[in-house]
Design a protein around this ligand. Structure first.
Ligand code: 5GP
Length: 336
């Protein structure tokens, strides 16, 4: 039975959310209105085109729609505010956002990052939510961009080390080779940044092996991990960030029933976390993802609470913040 009210009311943790993909259609319309005035016809058309994803390639063709809207400081600031507000409305109390620093006519990569970071800081003053940022390395971009991003993050760390907690490795998995990005990721790790790596999103066993050998703090998607690879991650307590609707809509899994979440959760072979990936593109929320999991895999409310705790346990957080959130998130009977 879908139990949306229970999970909607629970305070939640979101660990895998790409900023530009998390703009809901409602927020896109609001953003359009604020940026371009009352005429929202263009926005309606963007929204219609946004949510009809039916393959991984199709999904990646959607991001330029949002990138256009966030190509100015004002657009980026408003979008960041709206995304944080939407997560807060869904009772997400801890959010790890990811975004790829971009340069364009209006902004340098530094401008982009500072705009997102300062907006996060401001939003935390008005919304009841703690937000952290993982700058993303896009595997579909030039390798030099990756090192550039890591150097930029290192430059920003003295001022923003309470907000930037790690690096995300993402982008179209059919493009680029992981090994090319290892020097940039190694440098990030040497500076104590946590690594969230999109791994096994498509069937590429040798790259998955390479990624596991290289090491990561969390594994994004993990759709095509073999049982041995899963066990290896499990033995190191590396959690898999599962994004149900994202994988179903991108057709990297055959359907919800066949989603690898079911096996990982039931077998406990590795820690597992439920995440949204791109709420806007996949037309979902974290509450909906939990409710779907409850309905499809027959989870109890205790199972949902366990999944929330898994999220908190694997958040890239200082222990002091984790303890604060534990008190906020714990169900009434948890004994805290
Ligand atoms: P942004 O970094 O622009 O804030 O968020 C959108 C970007 O996140 C996309 O252009 C892509 O690089 C990355 N991204 C979003 N969703 C996915 C996903 O499901 N898989 C992978 N590998 N990358 C994604």
């Amino acid at each position: 039975m879908v139990n949306l009210p229970y999970i909607k009311l629970r305070r939640k943790v979101e660990l895998h959310a790409h900023l530009n993909g998390s703009l809901s259609t409602e927020s896109i319309k609001e953003l359009g209105k604020k940026l371009y005035g009352a005429n929202t016809t263009a926005m309606e058309s963007i929204c219609k085109r946004l949510v009809d994803v039916d393959s991984l390639d199709h999904c990646f063709s959607k991001f330029p729609l949002m990138h256009e809207l966030t190509s100015t400081k004002r657009g980026l600031q408003l979008a960041t505010e709206l995304v944080i507000r939407d997560f807060a409305k869904d009772n997400v109390i801890y959010l790890e956002l990811r975004t790829t620093p971009k340069r364009n006519a209006a902004m340098s990569k530094m401008d982009y990052m500072v705009c997102v970071l300062e907006t996060i800081i401001e939003s935390m003053k008005t919304e009841k939510i703690l937000v952290r940022l993982l700058p993303s390395i896009d595997r579909a971009a030039d390798v030099a961009e990756a090192m550039d991003t890591v150097n930029l993050v290192l430059e920003l760390l003295p001022k923003y080390d309470n907000i930037i907690t790690g690096i995300d490795f993402s982008g179209n998995p059919k493009v680029g080779k992981f090994e090319y990005f290892m020097p940039a990721l190694t440098k990030a790790r040497q500076h104590h940044l946590k690594l969230a790596i999109h791994c096994g999103e498509i069937d590429n066993p040798s790259e998955i092996d390479q990624m596991i050998q290289f090491g990561m703090d969390r594994c994004g998607h993990g759709t095509f991990l073999s049982e041995t690879q899963l066990q290896e991650l499990g033995s190191k307590k590396i959690p898999i960030e599962c994004c149900l609707t994202s994988n179903v809509k991108c057709r990297t899994v055959n359907g919800y029933e066949d989603h690898h979440f079911k096996h990982i959760f039931n077998s406990k072979v590795a820690p597992v976390i439920l995440c949204t990936d791109d709420c806007g593109v996949f037309d979902t929320t974290l509450s909906k993802e939990f409710a779907l999991a409850q309905q499809i895999y027959n989870l109890t409310n205790d199972d949902l609470d366990y999944l929330l705790m898994m999220g908190l346990e694997n958040a890239f957080l200082e222990n002091r913040d984790r303890i604060y959130l534990l008190k906020e998130i714990s169900p009434p009977n948890y004994g805290i």
